[in-house]
Design a protein. Structure first.
Lengths: 252, 384
């Protein structure tokens, strides 16, 4: 049984069948890449997992419990974190404050009125936040205003915010979109580093084949709203249907 | 953000507030009524800042909570006692409940839609108070004390005199010390010190909220609600809590207005009153601790001082030159004072918004930085 089980998910926008009977089984501890050409339904699929969209039919189970109809914060509290295509961080706050928010969310839950506690006196939260910033190589920037960080550092910070919650599943939506090759390689190294130190299951939606084949243990190919192939990276490389639908356009 | 610095800020704030009757003497504002208004609107603005300054949700409806607080306090004066304690407690509770209902509905939307919803609720409350709910609010006449009121906890009063508000026998209006210092005739009254104590308490509460995890979440709501939701935080309960807290502060301010002058009319609920508190917070510096109080004092001061300047005063000011110059100056300045003081306020507001988006606090910080040399650290939210 996988940590994430998706069965017969359909989603229709007007006349467009965005997702057509999608089934997906993500194994515990794997790095599962979801690839496909533009408009294949990758983002729609991710939004269905995370509670932003509700599929028309089908079921999504995370860790054995159904998540359909749950709100994003409820799904996060179950242990699913998400990295966005463009880093979503709290740009008005410092790097340190950015990382403390998920720490509070992880410890205190979705809502708690602790209006008379002092943020800076919470040793447990501070220690967690400092530890993750050190791990991600951002400790010297912890008092910086996060809005002024470089794009790469924003990505790093967002990753830190997700990881500090110790999620069971990390969803990455095109983590290298729009990055130069050097930044892309940095991100790959970062993700590998995360994989070495933590056993977090990851689902990566990605365009860049270089990234996919560097990281993924399993690959599913989505085209026109349906999964057309699934398997180990080497199988996918040679799969005729995949070549036709997608890889034919890109050189592998 | 350290604790020592906060304590110092609180101490200085308390000292300035408590010495206000002396400090404001040279400005001509040191009479008890105006000082009390400074403190009361300071409380109103501090509360509003917890919602607007931290979460960025702009409410135009807080006049409704101010008004509800006043009405609640008046009913306590009429039915129970002229002691201000039960009146203030009820005004905070009633305003809290009222803001819970309005906030619950309005917070289903954000941005401009939220603002318009709160505006609509404030107008509805005003109309209700003005006409429909006449049995409770006494309509356009307004709610006043009456000799026939029951006041079940108070001893009977002398025939034909209305009782006055008090704190366990200390009358709010009573001037307990009337010295002459440095040529100024000073008046220290109980009413101001009650308001001052509550202002300091409000400032302290708002400071603790700013430094708390709760306050951090509210600031996160303002910055990026999407990320907050995907970080496992339910943002709506947080915004609702902030809304109710700010509503309770408004209720307290409303109750205090009633203790100062035990009568209340529906115009206290008009949306312009709610608009004024927005001006106070923006003018002073939204999202800062001291800004709202500064803004409140500033606007109240301008209101009372500028609106009292008339043509004769102006002639006195400009009497230094030839007649034609005096007349010309009076002609130019007159529209901006007296009844037209809001024109000055509007101009000032525009100048601040355009040149000092961070409000007066931002201006003070810039001057401070200029004076202290090249301290280039970016001004962080929530210091001051």
């Amino acid at each position: 049984m996988g940590i994430l089980e998706v069965q017969n998910v359909n989603k229709r926008f007007g006349g467009l069948q965005a997702l057509n009977n999608v089934n997906l089984n993500v194994e515990q501890g794997s790095v599962h890449a979801l690839i496909g050409p533009n408009g294949a339904g990758k983002s729609t699929f991710l939004n269905c997992l995370i509670g932003k969209l509700k599929p028309d039919t089908g079921s999504v189970k995370f860790d054995g419990s159904p998540v359909l109809g749950k709100k994003p914060h409820e799904i996060n509290q179950l242990g699913v974190s998400r990295v966005f295509q463009t880093p979503e961080i709290f740009t008005d706050l410092t790097v340190f404050e950015n990382v403390m928010i998920p720490c509070f969310a992880h410890r205190d839950g979705a809502f708690k009125v602790n209006a008379f506690a002092r943020v800076m006196r919470d040793k447990e939260i501070r220690a967690q936040a400092e530890h993750i910033l050190e791990d991600m190589g951002m400790k010297e920037k912890m008092n910086a205003h996060s809005g002024s960080l470089s794009r790469g550092d924003k990505r790093r910070l967002e990753m830190a915010m997700c990881l500090v919650q110790e999620p069971k599943l990390l969803l990455l939506d095109e983590p290298t979109a729009g990055m130069a090759r050097a930044d892309t390689n940095n991100t790959i190294d970062l993700l590998k580093h995360i994989g070495e130190t933590r056993k977090i299951t990851k689902v990566i939606i990605e365009h860049d084949m270089h990234v996919v084949f560097s990281l993924a243990t399993t690959i599913s190919v989505l085209a026109q709203g349906a999964i057309i192939a699934e398997g180990l990276p080497d199988d996918i490389k040679g799969h005729p249907k995949v070549r036709e639908a997608y890889l034919g356009e890109a050189e592998v | 953000m350290n604790v020592m610095k906060d304590r110092m800020t609180l101490l200085i704030f308390a000292a300035v507030v408590l010495a206000a009757p002396l400090l404001f003497a040279p400005t001509g504002a040191a009479y008890p009524d105006l000082l009390q208004r400074f403190a009361i609107y300071g409380i109103f603005a501090i509360g509003f800042n917890i919602l607007f300054g931290l979460t960025g949700y702009l409410s135009f409806g807080h006049a409704a909570f101010l008004g509800v607080g006043s009405y609640a306090a008046m009913w306590m004066f009429k039915l129970l006692s002229m002691n201000i304690i039960p009146a203030l407690i009820l005004s905070v509770i009633v305003a809290g409940l009222f803001s819970l209902v309005i906030g619950y509905i309005s917070l289903r939307r954000s941005g401009i839609y939220f603002s318009i919803l709160t505006l609509a609720f404030a107008e509805m409350s005003y109309k209700l108070a003005y006409s429909v709910l006449t049995p409770i609010t006494n309509g356009e006449t307004g709610l006043q004390l009456d000799l026939a009121d029951s006041r079940i906890m108070d001893a009977p009063i002398a025939e034909g005199t209305l009782p006055s508000t008090n704190l366990f026998g200390f009358e709010m209006k009573e001037v307990f010390w009337n010295p002459t210092i440095l040529g100024y005739d000073l008046q220290f009254n109980y009413g101001f010190y009650v308001c001052a104590a509550l202002l300091i308490l409000s400032f302290y509460i708002s400071m603790r909220i700013f430094r708390s995890p709760f306050g951090l979440m509210l600031r996160a709501v303002k910055t990026n609600q999407t990320r907050l939701n995907y970080t496992g935080i339910a943002s709506r309960p947080y915004t609702l809590a902030a809304f109710v807290i700010s509503g309770m502060f408004a209720g307290l301010a409303g109750g205090l207005l009633a203790t100062m002058d035990p009568s209340v009319g529906a115009e206290r609920m008009q949306w312009t009153v709610g608009g004024e508190v927005v001006l106070m917070v923006v003018l002073g510096g939204s999202g800062t601790l001291i800004g709202p109080v500064l803004g409140a004092v500033f606007i109240r001061y301008f209101n009372s001082v500028l609106s009292q300047i008339n043509e004769q005063t102006l002639h006195g000011w400009f009497a230094f030159g030839p007649d034609w110059l005096t007349n010309a100056m009076v002609f130019i300045v007159e529209p901006f004072v007296g009844k037209g003081w809001e024109l000055t306020l509007g101009a000032l507001f525009m100048i601040v918004v355009i040149f000092l988006p961070g409000g007066l606090v931002d201006g003070a910080k810039r001057i401070g930085r200029k004076l202290s040399g090249a301290d280039r650290r970016a001004a962080k939210v929530g210091i001051a």
